[in-house]
Design a protein around this ligand. Structure first.
Ligand code: PLP
Length: 230
């Protein structure tokens, strides 16, 4: 994609986030834009960095690691896709947050790999709000149990929740899912567990991020609206 278009798209999205914030009385600085660069070349990422974007989300381990090596400008990387435990080792030390932790065995492997580095990583627990077969995520029912188990691990910090709700043509139809994620975060917070802070709600994508911002998103993950169709 043409660099100028990427810059324009980012500026457009920032304006839309600001407008959504005005509607609900939030501060735009409380919302981080995660530019989802999966399947897009490093040159597109460099164009986004030139336009002031510093945070990127990737969904596939091999591609993620290759791009982190290839992109020369300074950037921060989050892993947002489905993650197999045997691939965690490739991400260790390279990403600053994993949005997609949905089971204890995966959290244990993240703990082990960051532990080897003598460091730790921020994670979000992914909730499968629509209970869709095709999507990863723990169920709302299992969430509290999973959080209390994962919270015992030393080399990660639970920072919040992430969801990828069912796709709906009308963003208003997704809004109840965003609200549900916020309510689940409040339930987790109420447990008062050490090592658990419900600071982050990662929700909202290209076609529904304004509704997500109005419902409390602190991170929106946007690919297509920045980099074009994949
Ligand atoms: C691809 C992807 C996105 C971005 O979706 P767009 O509709 O292109 O904005 C967001 N979150 C996750 C987990 C993704 O895999």
């Amino acid at each position: 994609m043409i660099a100028m278009d990427i810059a324009d798209n980012i500026s457009q999205i920032r304006q839309q986030i600001a407008a959504a914030c005005v509607k609900c009385g939030r501060n735009p600085e409380d919302i981080r834009l995660v530019a989802v660069s999966k399947k897009k070349p490093a040159t597109d990422i460099e164009a986004a960095i030139a336009a002031g974007q510093t945070l990127f989300g990737e969904s596939y381990v091999q591609e993620c690691v290759a791009k982190i090596d290839e992109v020369e400008s300074a950037a921060e990387w989050h892993f947002i896709g489905g993650l197999q435990s045997n691939k965690v080792k490739y991400l260790a030390g390279k990403v600053t947050m994993i949005h997609s932790v949905d089971r204890l065995s995966l959290a244990e492997e993240i703990d082990r790999q960051w532990g080897k580095l003598g460091s730790s990583v921020d994670i979000l627990i992914q909730v499968n709000l629509g209970e869709e077969q095709t999507k990863s995520g723990t169920t709302a029912d299992e969430l509290l149990k999973l959080v209390s188990q994962v919270a015992r691990l030393q080399h990660l910090r639970i920072k919040g929740l992430m969801a990828l709700p069912p796709w709906e043509e009308d963003p208003e139809a997704v809004r109840p899912y965003f609200r549900q994620l916020r309510e689940l975060a409040a339930q987790v917070e109420a447990l008062g567990l050490p090592n658990v802070e419900m600071e982050e709600l990662s929700m909202g994508m290209s076609h529904d991020f304004e509704a997500a911002v109005e419902e409390g998103a602190t991170m929106v993950r946007i690919g297509t609206a920045i980099f074009g169709a994949r």
